[in-house]
Design a protein around this ligand. Structure first.
Ligand code: COA
Length: 174
């Protein structure tokens, strides 16, 4: 399926907020208030996108980038949520986002953090060239099987030269 990224509109936000709170996504993210999403739509340093797939303009997910005007070229993949999981759409989205970050936004570094319990997302990012930088130990509260505790955040990044090497090897085909 071909994925398209289009700017999120205020009229999408009810849907975005409901997707964030969906039990299939909530364990892996820290949901935002609607006003935080509004801020990300309006603030020039952020980009808020709806992911569409197929022939119809159906919403299948959303993405938030931050640091798009960062003077150090350090662009953050703040959030990626796709409703249909395990069908290769995450990989396709990450490839498009890397191309956007390094080609359009001229990023030097594209980075993210991911919860240690989120092995699915970690495998995806690792296999798309992201390198672990370190762990923020026990930095987020989580509830696993009804028990409260903490999880660590794994910080990962890809540098522009690493991305260009992947392009040269044909590993970034869209
Ligand atoms: C994380 C997410 C974006 C990945 O998208 P996806 O479409 O499910 O992933 P893909 O189908 O493209 O799979 C990519 C890779 O992830 C890994 N993966 C996928 N499903 C997996 C699972 N159930 N368990 C472990 N690894 C898995 C595999 O390595 C897979 O590559 P492969 O199919 O070549 O083996 C999506 O699952 C999602 O929105 N999850 C909830 C929110 C979230 O975790 N966001 C990221 C926060 S950092």
């Amino acid at each position: 399926m071909t994925l398209r990224l289009r700017p999120t509109m205020l009229s999408d936000l009810d849907w975005v907020v409901s997707v964030e709170r969906d039990g299939a996504n909530l364990p892996f993210i820290t949901p935002w208030e609607r006003t935080q999403h509004e801020g990300a739509i309006r603030f020039p340093d952020s980009r808020h996108f709806i992911v569409e797939g197929g022939d119809q303009p159906d919403r299948i997910g959303f993405v938030i980038l931050q640091g798009c005007r960062n003077p150090n070229g350090s662009v953050e993949l703040k959030r990626l949520v796709l409703q249909a999981k395990g069908r290769g759409l995450g990989r396709a989205a990450v490839r498009q986002l890397k191309a956007l970050a390094f080609t359009q936004l001229k990023a030097h570094r594209f980075w993210l953090d991911v919860k240690a319990l989120n092995t699915r997302a970690q495998r995806l990012y690792e296999s798309e060239g992201f390198v672990e930088e370190g762990r923020l130990r026990e930095s987020v509260r989580v509830t696993v099987d009804g028990a409260d505790g903490y999880d660590s955040l794994i910080v990962m990044s890809l540098l522009d030269r690493e991305y260009q090497a992947r392009v040269a090897l044909g590993q970034e085909a869209l």
